[in-house]
Structures are given as C-alpha cells and as structure tokens.
Write a protein that binds this ligand. Structure first.
Ligand code: HEC
Length: 164
C-alpha cells in the first residue's frame, strides 16, 4: 500500500519548488490567488489619449454617463470613420455615476489584436472597476453580442458603437 502511494508523495514534494517559484514571481500575496490581467490600454492614458466623445448619457442601459477616449493610433479611424482601426488600436470608455462625469464607477476597453478573434473583428475586451482592476477579460460574449449590431454604419464604425 505504502509503496503504491510513495511515487505520489514524491511527485508532490518535487512540485514544492515550483509552487515556491510561482509564489515569489507573483509577489506571494495570499489575498490575490489569481492575479488580474493587465489593462489592454496604456498606463499614461490620462495624458496620452484624446477625448473623442465628451460626457454624455450612455446608450447601453447598464451604465449612466460615459466619456470615450482614443489612443493615438485609434484617433483617426474613430473620428473620421473611413478606415479600419489598426492592430494595437485602443478605445477606452470611462463610466460615471453622475451627469457631470466626476464620480467614476468603472471602465471598459477594447484593443484590436490581429489574430485574437478573427470572427469578431479581432477585438480584445476588458471591464475594469473604478480602481482600474480588470475583472472581465478576453473574447467576452456579452460585449461582442452588442457591439456586433451597434458597431456598424451609419451609427457605429468597425465594432465601435458611439454615435458622433
Ligand atoms: C447592451 C449593449 C452593449 C454591451 C453589452 C456592451 N456595450 Fe460597449 N457600447 C455600447 C454602446 C451603445 C456604446 C456607445 C457609447 C455609450 O452609449 O455608452 C458602447 C461603447 C463602448 C466603448 C467605446 C467605443 C465605442 O464607441 O464603441 C467601449 C470601449 C466599449 N463599449 C466596451 C465594451 C465592453 C468591454 C463590453 C463588455 C464588457 C461592452 N462594451 C458591452 C453598447 C454595449
């Protein structure tokens, strides 16, 4: 019986260094079992992105008020709507609880990544809390479902939904 179990225990012991290494690499924070993914947008977005839609009531009924910002390489396509967004382009939506857009309640972002999800425009979707912690990430069905219909001309453009 013991002999049969021994290889199993040896296997567990062999794994210990791996766990320790993973713990050290992830900062060993016991409260954070699964580190949240990094935002798809640049950390300096507040200074490097341009506001393309000012504070307005959201057309997506889950939300209240929104501001939309475009990364430098998303700016042209977002404003002129005559070209597709290039690989790496990011559009960021800030969500607010108040009509003056001062009380931020969360963020959503979409980044075009060539080959990420070819059947749905190759967009990588994210939802973040007010502290910019990502809590939904990837090929998000809910986002795709809505943006596939609102993100087409004349109101939408290349999977983006805001009416100019
Ligand atoms: C019920 C429909 C709906 C769903 C679901 C939805 N969106 Fe949107 N989204 C919109 C609309 C409408 C806009 C236009 C701005 C507004 O009115 O909020 C928009 C705008 C955006 C924008 C700004 C760029 C633009 O003009 O489209 C981003 C970024 C965005 N959504 C990300 C997401 C992400 C990420 C998800 C999933 C977590 C998501 N959306 C789910 C309807 C939706």
């Amino acid at each position: 019986m013991l002999e049969r179990k021994a290889p199993f225990f040896r296997h567990i012991i062999e794994l210990v260094p791996c766990w320790l290494a993973a713990c050290v690499l992830s900062g060993c924070d016991p409260t954070e079992t699964e580190p949240s993914p990094a935002p798809v947008y640049a950390a300096d977005w507040a200074t490097s992105y341009t506001e393309v839609r000012d504070c307005r009531r959201s057309g997506d009924h889950d939300l209240n008020y929104v501001r939309i910002l475009a990364a430098p390489d998303a700016l042209g396509p977002y404003q002129t709507r005559d070209a597709a967004f290039p690989d790496g382009a990011v559009v960021l939506k800030l969500e607010f609880a108040d009509p003056a857009c001062t009380d931020r309640s969360g963020l959503t972002a979409m980044r075009r990544e060539a080959g990420f999800d070819a059947t749905h425009g190759d967009w990588h979707w994210q939802r973040l809390d007010q502290d910019e912690k990502v809590f939904e990430d990837g090929k998000l069905e809910r986002c795709v479902g809505c943006h596939a219909s609102c993100g087409v001309a004349p109101d939408g453009h290349d999977w983006t939904c805001a009416v100019p």
